[in-house]
Structure formats: structure tokens, C-alpha cells
Design a protein around this ligand. Structure first.
Ligand code: PEP
Ligand code: MN
Length: 336
């Protein structure tokens, strides 16, 4: 339920509503806009007590929310959220490109990639230190050694760092090195991890699970917001379908839908979303056309030697071409 305060509601009236929401068994979440204040009643409590606030002083309307996610919903916060990642705003006017290797493999590999992607216009550096691999025999990431290399890359280039966290045990350590923590697709519904990440003061990149609905994805984000971390960026990275020619099926309609349903920024991952170097340029352009606030793209100095995700990684020249292609206009429409 949402309580919309009237434009001229006093601080005392707002406090009264907050108090009543608590008494009714809900958690109050306050959004103060320039014009008016909105108080959301989150959780489960005595609904009729909230409905009755319709007649409390300073209240304009009380509206039930149809969606199960509340804090993530645009009904609670009609204006778009801008998430600041080490000084880079995601969700603002400009499309933000996050680029770098799937895994950090060596200082030379990461540092050369960081310099190259920066030169081509990326504003954040990605690189996995802890890798979720389908097989336990595959390269699992360099762990803390990779975090140190990422820190050096930030020192040299100024690019803020995005890296994946797989376990609650690693959160404190990763927070010392990274500017944004990625929750991988396989962990989207790792609720223990989400609950802990809700308590930290770092932005989160929340990937959509390979078989998660948009509703489940937004409810996963709700865990973060409800627990106190509002700095969340959603990431569409492709879902499992019957198609086998692409690694995953990137759901671009979901990018537009998530932006319709939620105020959170949404980025697209054409690398995991297609699994194919040859499709990255076109899908990146398409993602921006449907409204993506950013892109996350895998780049490697020599994709054929990559320890993970080589087939979908771009070399420096191909990444430069993708970046240049992003500003090409769409084709003209023939007139009758
Ligand atoms: C990655 O970004 O390298 C990764 C493992 O992504 P996902 O969780 O989307 O598979
Ligand atoms: Mn990868």
C-alpha cells in the first residue's frame, strides 16, 4: 500500500502516518520528492488500518499496489533512479558502457584491456575474480590476486571496478576493492547473499537469472531495497529458451518492461545474451534502442586464449567498432 501525502502535508502529519504504518505491522519507507512525500507500507500487516489513513490529516490518497514488488516499483517512486558508481552515473541521460574481460587472468591482460576499453569510451571496468563455472574443473578465477590487479587497473585508468560476488564470505573483502558488486545470474535468487548485500554501502549489478521471470527478477531486487540498499542496477543477460544457436536468448522486451515497471536503471549484456562475437554490435545497438541505460561487454586482448568466455569476447579493435557503431543513427523509414 502507498500513502501519498498532499503537497502541503506538514512534517508532523508525515510522522503520524509513518507511526501508524508501524503500528499496523508494516515497515514504512519514505520517499521525499520535490513536490510531495510518498510513504510505502512494506511487508505484511493489517491492511484495513492503512486504508483508514485515507482520512488522516495531510493524506491525499491511499493506493493499493498491484505488483508484489513495492520499493522497486515506479508506483512508489515515479522518477528514475540514478545509481552512482565511483562517480559514474548509471540511469542518467547517457548510456554507460561497462567493459573488460570475463575473468581477470594476469596483470598484463587486465591492464592492457583497461587502457584499451577506456580509450574506446567505456566508463567502468569489469573483470571476474570469483567465477561461477558450470564445471568444477574449469578456471575458477584468481580470487584476491585478481582483486589486487583490478585495483591497480583503477589506479592507472581511473575506471571504477565491477566484479562478481558469489558468496557472503567474500563480501567484505570484495568491498575493499570494488566500486560495484555483481550478483551473477546463477545467484539471482540466493536470498542469503541478497540479504547481506542489502546491508552494504556499495551499488549492486543484479543479473537476471537464466530462467527467471521479470517478476522474479524484480522481487530479487526488492530484497536489496527492502534491506536498505537502494543502489541497484538491473542487468538482462539472456534467458534459457529452446534456441541453441545462441548461448542464451537476450530478452530485449524485458529491458523495456523492467524500465516500465521499475525506476531502477537497466543494462543489457549482449556478451552472455548471445554468446557470439558477431552479434554484439547489433544487439548492443538494439538494447540502446529499447531504452537500456547501459551495456556490459566482454573484451579480451586475445579472445582465442581467454580462460573463460572467449567465443563471446571482443578484441580491442572489435570493441572500438562496437563503440563507434553505437552512435550511428537507425535506418530511415520509407515513406508511402
Ligand atoms: C559474467 O559476467 O562473466 C557472468 C558469469 O555472467 P552471468 O552471471 O550473467 O552468467
Ligand atoms: Mn563471462
Amino acid at each position: 500500500m502507498i500513502v501519498n501525502m498532499s503537497d502541503n502535508a506538514t512534517e508532523q502529519e508525515i510522522e503520524h502516518v509513518i507511526e501508524r504504518i508501524r503500528e499496523a505491522g508494516y515497515q514504512p519507507h519514505v520517499t521525499r520528492g520535490t513536490q510531495r512525500t510518498i510513504v510505502a507500507a512494506v511487508g505484511s500487516g493489517r491492511r484495513h488500518e492503512i486504508e483508514a489513513l485515507q482520512v488522516a490529516p495531510g493524506v491525499d490518497t491511499v493506493v493499493p499496489i498491484a505488483q508484489p514488488f513495492k520499493l522497486v516499483s515506479r508506483q512508489v517512486k515515479p522518477h528514475r533512479t540514478v545509481v552512482n558508481v565511483g562517480g559514474v552515473p548509471i540511469g542518467g541521460e547517457k548510456v554507460v558502457v561497462i567493459a573488460g574481460p570475463c575473468s581477470v587472468e594476469s596483470p598484463e591482460q587486465l591492464l592492457s584491456t583497461a587502457q584499451a576499453v577506456k580509450k574506446s569510451g567505456a566508463s567502468l571496468l569489469r573483470g571476474g575474480a570469483y567465477k561461477p563455472r558450470t564445471s568444477p574443473y574449469d578456471f575458477q578465477g584468481l580470487g584476491i590476486e585478481a582483486l589486487k590487479i583490478l585495483r591497480e587497473a583503477r589506479r592507472q585508468t581511473g575506471l571504477p571496478i565491477v566484479t562478481e560476488v558469489m558468496s557472503t564470505e567474500d563480501i567484505d573483502l570484495i568491498c575493499e576493492y570494488a566500486d560495484m558488486l555483481q550478483v551473477g545470474a546463477r545467484n539471482m535468487q540466493n536470498f542469503a547473499l541478497l540479504r547481506r548485500l542489502a546491508t552494504i554501502r556499495k551499488p549492486i549489478l543484479l543479473k537476471r537469472g537464466p530462467s527467471a521471470t521479470v517478476k522474479e527478477w524484480l522481487l530479487a531486487a526488492e530484497y536489496l531495497l527492502a534491506g536498505g540498499n537502494g543502489e541497484v542496477v538491473l542487468c538482462e543477460r539472456g534467458i534459457k529458451t529452446f534456441e541453441t544457436e545462441t548461448r542464451n536468448t537476450i530478452d530485449l522486451a524485458a529491458v523495456a518492461l523492467a524500465r516500465d515497471l521499475s525506476h531502477l536503471p537497466v543494462v543489457a549484456d549482449p556478451s552472455h545474451g548471445t554468446g557470439k562475437q558477431s552479434l554484439i554490435a547489433a544487439v548492443s545497438r538494439a538494447a540502446v534502442a529499447v531504452g537500456a541505460d547501459g551495456l556490459i561487454i566482454e573484451v579480451h586482448p586475445c579472445p582465442e586464449r581467454a580462460l573463460s568466455d572467449g567465443p563471446q569476447s571482443l578484441d580491442f579493435a572489435a570493441f572500438e567498432r562496437v563503440m563507434r557503431g553505437l552512435s550511428d543513427p537507425l535506418r530511415g523509414i520509407a515513406s508511402a
